[in-house]
Design a protein around this ligand. Structure first.
Ligand SMILES: [Mg+2]
Length: 203
């Protein structure tokens, strides 16, 4: 198995961070749902989508240091590597935010991975991390790396025509319990479930 893994909202859990950062800036009332989606939906509805884009630049930049990995992501990757799987991280991430202060988002991502022990002994090395400037380049990288499986939180990425046909799509959907597997992709609600599947379908 060659397992490719997306980064934002697949490995990194930003729960509560968008809400907290938006509250600090006075952009939303407390009652807005605490998820990234909730904050984005609210700001879109009130015509402040640019504020959301700037906020995202902050959360994915300096704000990432307050984010945690999803439960069992680190332990699960360690177990998969020990079982002989190859693992790489492939993300669509521009070097700097599209709007707002020009934080180095690539450096922030690598610093976070190191801080969260993804580069510890028996884990990954930085040369297994690919931060691509476009969705198409991300899909191309998945093909180049020969990923047999890819985990991502965005169904629309799997629908991209450039997504390699032979790579098994694994949708990570920790929030919506009613998302289900179909002929397009397998659906997982936790990293434990992802790892259980990978251990069973390793070769
Ligand atoms: Mg993602």
């Amino acid at each position: 198995m060659i397992l490719g893994i997306d980064f934002d909202n697949t490995l990194v859990c930003y729960d509560g961070l968008f809400h907290a950062a938006a509250r600090e800036r006075g952009l939303i009332p407390e009652s807005v749902p605490r998820s990234k989606q909730g904050v984005r939906d609210y700001l879109r509805a009130v015509g402040r989508e640019d504020d959301f884009t700037v906020l995202q630049g902050y959360v994915y930049g300096p704000g990432i240091r307050n984010a945690s990995p999803f439960p069992y992501a680190v332990e699960g990757i360690r177990a998969l590597l020990a079982s002989g799987a190859e693992v790489c991280i492939i993300s669509h991430k521009t070097r700097t935010p599209i709007l707002g202060p020009r934080y180095d988002l690539h450096q922030a991502a690598l610093d976070w991975l190191r801080e969260q022990h993804f580069f510890a002994e028996g884990m990954l090395t930085p040369d297994r991390v690919f931060l691509e400037e476009s969705k198409e380049a991300k899909a191309g990288r998945i093909a180049d790396m020969g990923c047999t499986h890819f985990v991502d939180d965005l169904p629309e990425f799997f629908r991209l025509p450039q997504f390699p046909q032979d790579t098994r799509r694994m949708l990570f959907s920790p929030q919506s319990r009613n998302a289900v597997s179909d002929e397009s992709w397998l659906c997982f609600h936790s990293w434990r479930a992802i790892c259980r599947y990978c251990m069973r379908h390793g070769d």
